[in-house]
Each structure stands twice: as structure tokens, then as C-alpha cells.
Design a protein around this ligand. Structure first.
Ligand code: XMP
Length: 513
């Protein structure tokens, strides 16, 4: 297995993802945890040092464990990881002085050839993606230069005798087109044959769940979304009826959602399931709340209360399972004071109070959405279910900007059902990552049947995305939009104006709150 030492880069998980695409098993561990002893115990076949936000010139900044340099396995340092490598092995790193580089750059090859660059430079310079303030000003003894960019004379360096490789750019991102090739060359050189698959991931995840849970009881928060469903089926496979699913109806679900989900889990999967109708509890607590973060935190807190109640009702569950994905993690918590700021408190990550008397089981925490879908297929979930659009834990609360009322939720539910029906009728559902209606907290004047109306406006939202991290609006035809607006206004009382949200992410987010 391969070890990734994480120094806090926003894109560390993309390294893991690139490796999984190469069918290589890897684990990411934060640098604080990777001591000499950890390293010996882990016995990696290769190590990758991630990028990170700190400066190696700062006293007390993160380092790799000393034992790494005598382990005798290939090491690849990326950006901050490259600078750590140089600093620790006797080179020099300096800050700033106009040599910072952000974004696209072009690397020119040096005379000597490097095996991990097989396939590079066939057509001249290669595009790479840089993001660094510091730069290496002297390479460590034993290293040689294999590629330079205008602002990074040591863009690619290596000590081939020791199999140490160091690059200033980020090969894991899309904007380094030959990056995947570099990773492929690196893992082949390290002796990986690429025999690891989603099936192997499933086995490994099951083993880890059993190891963590032992004979304990687990309750799993089931939202009806793909993530929690895949998590539930996986955990059920690992520990059988030690698992009870809790489907919390917080009164913020879409039309027909509760029936569909409960039906599938009870009938198809035979997984013990509690259908907790807690809509009064949630809607009362949310009355008059309009701040998005307060909404999210309130919902998060109530989820915990409900889960704690049911942890008792099943006879004392010690574990709470959730389908938390990697994008939820990176956007919700900042890594040890690191680079990623809190955009939104995803209730299933940020809102959980530390003191909750249960341990978390989160088998999907390292995966991206499309990988979860692949795992779902591997587990045999029905394709229609795997293809369902994501639905956020806080539900319609974050699609109803401003104060929430039951009336508004009813209007929203109906409009949403019409929109989704339109999308299905036109055969567009699978082309779209996610689609929904947001009910706006404004009323506008209209005229219907010769009378004046003063009703809510709504916004349609439909985006394409690969992983939810970035997104673009879906280019519906004007006919489709017109027909949908007409249907919503005709069929839903309370809405007299329909708009289409054409914001991408960034700068917007997918949800409105
Ligand atoms: P944003 O709005 O941050 O959403 O661009 C990215 C993806 O995450 C979903 N989302 C959530 N999922 N709990 C969840 O389980 C949450 O609190 C939450 N907030 C956003 C959103 O629907 C989109 O798919």
C-alpha cells in the first residue's frame, strides 16, 4: 500500500483519487500522526508528500518523519512536500521575492531523462498547474534537475539513486494534463501492479467496519440519498443486524421521499429501520430562524438528539454511522488550522457536538460522489436508486431562504415535484447532477385571470458536476424553461413567478444556503 502524508493541501484527496483510478490502494494520514514508529508499522511500498499551506521557512512548520529518508522506498514530494524534502535533505527554500506562481505554467525538460516522466515532453513543453509562494533555491545533495519553469528552476528534481522525486506543481489536478501519467509511472516504479478494485475497496471497508465496531451496536442515519444508502448497505453487509437504520423525517423532505426510502429499505433490503417522524420537533425549532448557519446548526443538533434517543431505544448503540463524503469534509472543517475555510457547516460533519456520546462510523469519508456510486453498483443497489440526485441532510430548509413556515414548505414541495417531473419527462434526469426548486422570500405582483396576484417567486436550479466541488448550470432549452414555468404557475398555488438560476460553482454554491 501507498502512504500519503497530508500537509493540508486542498487537493490531497485528489491524489488519492488519481491513485484509485490506477487501481492502487493508498491511505492518507495527517503529518502529525506519521511518526517514525507509525511509518515502520505502516510499512508503505511508496510515500507521497502532499502540498500544504504552510511555509517550510517558518520555524515549527510541518516536516516528514526522519525515518522516511532511510526507509528505502520511493518518495514523491509535491509542492510543499517537495520543499519539505529539500529542506530536510540539505537543500534550501526561500519565501516570495517575486517568484510565486499561481495557475498555469509550462515546464521545459532538462537534458537527462527521468522514468517517472515517461510520456512527457513528446510535443515539447508540458502544461502544469502551480500554486506556490515559496520556492526551492538550492536542491539537496544527490538531486538533479529534470524540468524547469520560468519561475521554478527546480520544477522537477530527483535523486534517482534513492528514488526520491520532487515536483513543484500539482500533478493531481486537471490542469496538469500529464499528471495522471506521472502518477502512473511513479506507482509502476514502486512496484504496484494496479490490482486493487472497487471490489477490494468493499472488502477493505467491511474489514475496517468490523474492526472498529466489534460486537457493538450501530445506528445509521438514513436520508434516502445515495451516500447514506450505500453506507447503510455496506455496514449491514459487515455487521448484519447489529445495525439499525434511523430514517428521520424532519418535515423537510421532498414529496413522496419518506415512502420511497422506507419502502426500499424494509422490503428490498430487510435492514431493521426506524421511521422517526420528528417533523414537529424540527419545524418548531426552526420557526423564525432565517440565518443559514443557524438553520444548519439547529438541524444538526436536533439530528443528534433524535439519534441519541434511538441509540437508547435499540438497547444502547455506541456508534453512529453516516454517509459523509470527502467534499462534505473539505468544505466543512478546516484542517488543523489549515487552508480550507468553512463554507457551510454540513450538518453531518460540522454540526455534531464533540460531546455526543457515540463514535462515528463513516466508511465513505474518503470517497467522491462518483466513487460512491461505483461502490453502490458493486453492492448491487438498483441503478435507479444509485442515479438519484443528491439531497442535502438539512433538506428543504436550505432551499427556502429566510424564515421557514409549513405553508412555504408545502408550496416548495409542489413546485419541486413539477420541476423534477418535467426533467424526467424530457429524459434529462441522468444528465443532471442535481435539480431542485428554491422558494424565494419575496412576493411579487402578477396578473392571472384578470386578477392581481401577490405570490412567491421561485428559482429553478439544475447543475452539472462530477463531484459537487465545482458545478455549472444546465443549459435547458427555452422551450423547456417556458413549459416548466407555465406548469409551476398553473399547478402550484402560491407561486406566480419563476426564474432560472444560472450561477456556476464557484462563485455560487449548488444549494442556496
Ligand atoms: P454546495 O451547496 O455546498 O453543495 O455547493 C455541494 C453538495 O453537497 C450537498 N449538501 C449537503 N449534503 N448535508 C449533506 O448531506 C449538508 O448539510 C449539505 N449541504 C450541501 C448539496 O446538495 C450538493 O450536492
Amino acid at each position: 500500500r501507498l502512504l500519503i502524508i497530508d500537509f493540508g493541501s486542498q487537493v490531497t484527496q485528489l491524489i488519492a483519487r488519481r491513485l484509485r483510478e490506477l487501481n492502487v490502494y493508498c491511505e492518507i494520514h495527517p503529518y502529525q500522526k506519521v511518526t517514525d514508529a507509525f511509518l515502520k508499522d505502516f510499512a508503505p511500498r511508496a510515500v507521497i508528500l502532499s502540498g500544504g499551506p504552510d511555509s517550510v521557512t517558518r520555524e515549527g512548520s510541518p516536516r516528514a518523519p526522519d525515518a522516511l529518508w532511510t526507509l528505502g522506498v520511493p518518495v514523491l514530494g509535491i509542492c510543499y512536500g517537495q520543499q519539505v524534502m529539500m529542506q530536510q535533505l540539505g537543500g534550501r527554500v526561500e519565501s516570495g521575492h517575486g517568484t510565486a506562481e499561481f495557475g498555469r505554467a509550462f515546464v521545459t525538460p532538462a537534458a537527462a531523462r527521468l522514468p517517472i516522466l515517461d510520456g512527457w515532453f513528446a510535443a515539447g513543453n508540458e502544461q502544469v498547474w502551480m500554486s506556490h509562494g515559496d520556492h526551492v533555491s538550492a536542491i539537496a545533495p544527490g538531486f538533479q534537475v529534470y524540468g524547469t519553469s520560468p519561475n521554478a528552476p527546480f520544477a522537477i528534481t530527483a535523486d534517482t539513486a534513492r528514488d526520491f522525486y520532487a515536483v513543484q506543481f500539482h500533478p493531481e489536478v486537471h490542469h496538469t494534463p500529464k499528471g495522471a501519467k506521472l502518477y502512473e509511472n511513479f506507482v509502476r516504479l514502486a512496484g504496484f501492479t494496479g490490482d486493487w478494485t472497487m471490489g477490494a475497496y468493499r472488502e477493505e471497508a467491511i474489514r475496517k467496519i468490523r474492526e472498529q465496531v466489534g460486537g457493538g451496536k450501530v445506528i445509521c442515519g438514513l436520508s434516502g440519498g445515495v451516500d447514506s444508502s450505500v453506507a447503510a448497505v455496506l455496514i449491514h453487509e459487515a455487521i448484519g443486524d447489529q445495525l439499525t437504520c434511523v430514517f428521520v423525517d424532519h418535515g423537510l423532505l421532498r414529496q413522496g421521499e419518506a415512502e420511497q426510502v422506507v419502502g426500499m429499505f424494509r422490503d428490498t433490503y430487510n435492514i431493521p429501520l426506524i421511521h422517526a417522524d420528528e417533523s414537529d420537533l424540527f419545524l418548531t425549532a426552526l420557526e423564525g430562524v432565517s440565518d443559514p448557519e443557524v438553520k444548519r446548526k439547529t438541524i444538526g443538533r436536533l439530528f443528534v438528539e433524535v439519534f441519541e434517543k434511538h441509540a437508547k431505544s435499540v438497547g444502547g448503540a455506541q456508534f453512529l454511522a453516516q454517509g459523509t463524503l470527502y467534499p462534505d469534509v473539505i468544505e466543512s472543517v478546516s484542517f488543523s488550522g489549515g487552508p480550507s475555510v468553512t463554507i457551510k457547516s454540513h450538518h453531518n460533519v460540522g454540526g455534531l457536538p464533540e460531546k455526543m456520546g457515540m463514535k462515528l462510523v463513516e466508511p465513505l469519508r474518503e470517497l467522491f460522489k462518483d466513487e460512491v456510486r461505483a461502490l453502490g453498483r458493486e453492492l448491487g443497489l438498483p441503478p435507479a436508486f444509485i442515479g438519484r440526485h443528491p439531497f442535502p441532510g438539512p433538506g428543504l430548509a436550505i432551499r427556502c431562504p429566510g424564515a421557514i413556515t409549513r405553508d412555504k414548505l408545502d408550496i416548495l414541495r409542489q413546485a419541486d415535484a413539477v420541476f423534477i417531473d418535467q426533467i424526467r419527462r424530457h429524459g434529462l434526469y441522468d444528465e443532471i447532477w442535481q435539480a431542485f426548486v428554491a422558494l424565494l422570500p419575496v412576493r411579487t405582483v402578477g396578473v392571472m385571470g384578470d386578477g392581481r396576484t401577490y405570490d412567491y417567486a421561485c428559482a429553478l436550479r439544475a447543475v452539472t458536476s462530477v463531484d459537487g466541488m465545482t458545478a455549472d448550470y444546465y443549459p435547458f432549452s427555452h422551450d423547456f424553461l417556458g413549459e416548466t414555468a407555465t406548469r409551476i404557475i398553473n399547478e402550484v398555488r402560491g407561486i406566480n413567478r419563476v426564474t432560472y438560476d444560472i450561477t456556476s460553482k464557484p462563485p455560487g454554491t449548488i444549494e442556496w444556503e
